[in-house]
Design a protein around this ligand. Structure first.
Ligand code: MN
Length: 155
C-alpha cells in the first residue's frame, strides 16, 4: 500500500530505479544518496516499518537539501518524501531526463542504524556508517518538514 505514491510517480520501463516491494523484516540499514536532480539534495533513508512500529518494511525517506550534518550542533532541514522500496538501498545510476527525479544518484554513505527512541514527531538513532557515525535525531516541525541533527552525546 505504502509504496503506491512511489510507484505512481515512476515509469519502470523508463527509469533504472527498482519497482520493489515492501519486506516483512528489515536489517536496520540506512543510506544517504546524493541526488543531482534539478536541485542537488541528499536523500536520507532508514529501513523501517511503514508506521515505524508496525507494517511492512520500506525505506522511510527524507530529502535533505544541505545534506546530513557530520558534526553536532548543526540542524538541517529534512523534508519527508514518499516511502521507497528496500531495494532502493543499493540504487545508483542515472534517472533519464523527463522522468521523476531525473539526474544522477550516487551512494554518499551507507551502513547500519540502531533505533533508540521514536514518537510520531521524533526519531533518535545511532548511525554506524563510513561518514556518519553517532547519535542523530530527526524532529518533525510541521507537515513534511523535519530537522536532522547530530547529538553531542556519543553513546
Ligand atoms: Mn531525491
Amino acid at each position: 500500500m505504502t509504496l503506491k505514491p512511489y510507484q505512481k510517480k515512476r515509469k519502470f520501463q523508463k527509469t533504472p530505479e527498482p519497482a520493489g516491494e515492501p519486506k516483512i523484516k528489515g536489517k536496520n540499514r540506512f543510506v544517504v544518496q546524493k541526488h543531482s536532480a534539478s536541485h542537488l539534495h541528499y536523500d536520507f533513508r532508514l529501513e523501517l516499518p511503514e508506521k515505524i512500529n508496525q507494517g511492512q518494511v520500506v525505506l522511510k525517506s527524507w530529502a535533505v537539501p544541505k545534506g546530513v550534518p557530520l558534526t553536532a550542533g548543526i540542524k538541517h532541514l529534512a523534508v519527508a518524501v514518499e516511502d521507497h522500496p528496500v531495494d532502493y538501498l543499493n540504487f545508483q545510476g542515472i534517472i533519464p531526463r523527463g522522468n521523476y527525479g531525473a539526474g544522477q544518484v550516487e551512494i554518499w554513505d551507507k551502513g547500519k542504524f540502531k533505533l533508540l527512541d521514536f514518537s510520531p514527531k521524533s526519531l533518535k538513532f545511532l548511525l554506524t556508517g563510513k561518514k556518519l557515525k553517532g547519535i542523530y535525531v530527526l524532529f518533525r516541525l510541521q507537515k513534511n518538514n523535519w530537522v536532522i541533527f547530530k547529538t553531542k552525546t556519543q553513546k
